[in-house]
Design a protein. Sequence first.
Length: 280
Amino acid sequence: MFGMQRGLTDFVQEVTPHEVAHQWWGHIVGWTSYHDQWISEGFSDFSASLFLQYAQGGKIDRYQKFWESQRQAILEKNVFGIRHNDAGPIWMGLRLNSARTPGAYSRVAYNKGSYVLHMLRWMMYDQKTGDQKFIEMMRDFVKGHANENASTESFKAYVDKHMKPAMDLEGNKRMDWFFRQWVYGTEIPRYKMEYWYEPAGGSEVSLNFTITQSDVSPTFKMIVPVYVDFDGNIVRLGDVSISGSGTSQVYKLKLPRKPKRVIINYYNDVLATESLSSAK
């Protein structure tokens, strides 16, 4: 009974804000075709995560549990042994469903669609201004499409407009690389971080680390966030850009003291099959 009650509580806390969010995603801003319906469903799922983050008394664990559940739903295999993600890209919409991939539409359009916004949010996050740039982008998008239908490409135009310089991985001031991979593609990376310390004088230490990206094509690019845990205080150190399958250079950072651990993807910031961190 406890398990059933807990499951029902989670369901209500996630589905209710999703449906309320359709006031914006689906009503104020519609979608142009079945290719773009993820703008309604994925955006509403993302909005539900914000409710869990900010309306649950500041408890981040519920928010993290939501994104881990989203990740698992995308990667889960169906009865035919096919991952829902592998049915096709978000852009295929309802055509994702077939006799061998039943239910793939909801897992991709809803879950992976929400992940697109989740990853954009954390790439746009700033230590000083927080979510300001992301919020400005979303408000601009709603204002530009109020009582109109939006397309995937029209949303991308707003992402291009508001992107941070660090997100320009192809040097063309556009987010083509991101949409090509996450909306029009099906690749999902795997990550492994190895880190070690060196004395830096007094209580200070020099943190050294590498990040390996695998299971992707040579042109696949991503921005991976790095965090440290100072006895429960999670601090974002910065981001590492990686291209293709391989290991990054050795990064060195001086820290005031040795942290409890070093973490990548603490908030499930990047959709990945696995994100491991290990000390050498």
